[in-house]
Design a protein around this ligand. Sequence first.
Ligand SMILES: NC(=O)c1ccc[n+]([C@@H]2O[C@H](COP(=O)([O-])OP(=O)(O)OC[C@H]3O[C@@H](n4cnc5c(N)ncnc54)[C@H](O)[C@@H]3O)[C@@H](O)[C@H]2O)c1
Ligand SMILES: [Zn+2]
Ligand SMILES: [Zn+2]
Length: 357
Amino acid sequence: MSKSAEEEHPQKAFGWAARDNSGILSPFRFSRRDNGEDDVTLKVLYCGVCHSDLHIARNDWGFTHYPVVPGHEIVGVATKVGKNVKKFKVGDRVGVGVMVGSCKTCECCQQDLENYCPRIIFTYNSHNPDGTRNYGGYSDMIVVDQRYVLRFPDNMPLDAGAPLLCAGITVYSPMKYYGMTEAGKHLGVAGLGGLGHVAVKIGKAFGLKVTVISSSPSKESEAINRLGADSFLVSSDPAKMKSAIGTMDYIIDTVSAVHPLLPLLSLLKVNGKLVTVGLPNKPLELPIFPLILGRKLVGGSDSGGMKETQEMLDFCAKHNIAADIELIRMDDINTAMERLTKSDVRYRFVIDVANSL
Ligand SMILES: NC(=O)c1ccc[n+]([C@@H]2O[C@H](COP(=O)([O-])OP(=O)(O)OC[C@H]3O[C@@H](n4cnc5c(N)ncnc54)[C@H](O)[C@@H]3O)[C@@H](O)[C@H]2O)c1
Ligand SMILES: [Zn+2]
Ligand SMILES: [Zn+2]
């Protein structure tokens, strides 16, 4: 049975929580465990606002436990390290992404794929092994087992780098796993929000030709001039969509709402790959004929393991990749969530936690 973290833990913490499916966040006092021998305590400096935070705050997926403190793109400074912690010291710039625990012994954990561990502990809306609830990064501090803490590269900006901890790894990992990194190949990026805009940048760093597939024609000039995409395809323009049929090797689909897959599958060449990472709250329809007739593949992918997340951060630091962000104060969060609902975001909100909580 789950216990109240407020009753169980000795360290006082403060954050913002959603209490019901209105998703409206408000100040929330709770507690965190003491820093254990394998733990790192972070003072949270910045936290990105992922669309998954919104899905969970509003119970879109039907498994939210309220109150919920979202936030899994957490950047901070280490304020305590346990005696077994060798990789980090007090004062280090560190990050925490979508998970804070896993079993450490299963096949997935042994292969650095903790993100697929059946006993994964997500950063929020999850339970610790002792039954207590856990809470995310829209808060002043967090205590995390060192295995799930990342070293934040020196030349990476703390605020604009934060979204890489979920958005970055969620697009990087499938590109590596599904072999979507061969220079010169053509990548389509469907949905130009937080994940999509990072996918454009990472795709360019791999040497791909990148086309944004978007329902918003207004994003064209920014996609090309600011984010570095090679071209832009308006998904609601039938003539343009027709002329692009069979031109893409890979597509990464980041769309957050239910949408048809057929137009995307049509854009792929024979042997093309469509990887879906968006998490709409209802199933998508999968048209079988185009898959079979073009030997196409549709796959999914969930964030990435800790080793690969560190690799992605170092890759982004090397290629000067960070998110394009709008920095907000904690008390702007409800407006930001509302804007996220309307796709009015360029391209990730990041909360200036330390200066506004
Ligand atoms: N697989 C994973 O591990 C993982 C990780 C992070 C986020 N996600 C999911 O990915 C999705 C995107 O996350 P994000 O933070 O980039 O969100 P976002 O809101 O920043 O971007 C979503 C994009 O989808 C577009 N969009 C929304 N509805 C659309 C529609 N009906 N047709 C076409 N385009 C539409 C929006 O314009 C926006 O550009 C969310 O569902 C999120 O929960 C999955
Ligand atoms: Zn996320
Ligand atoms: Zn495991």
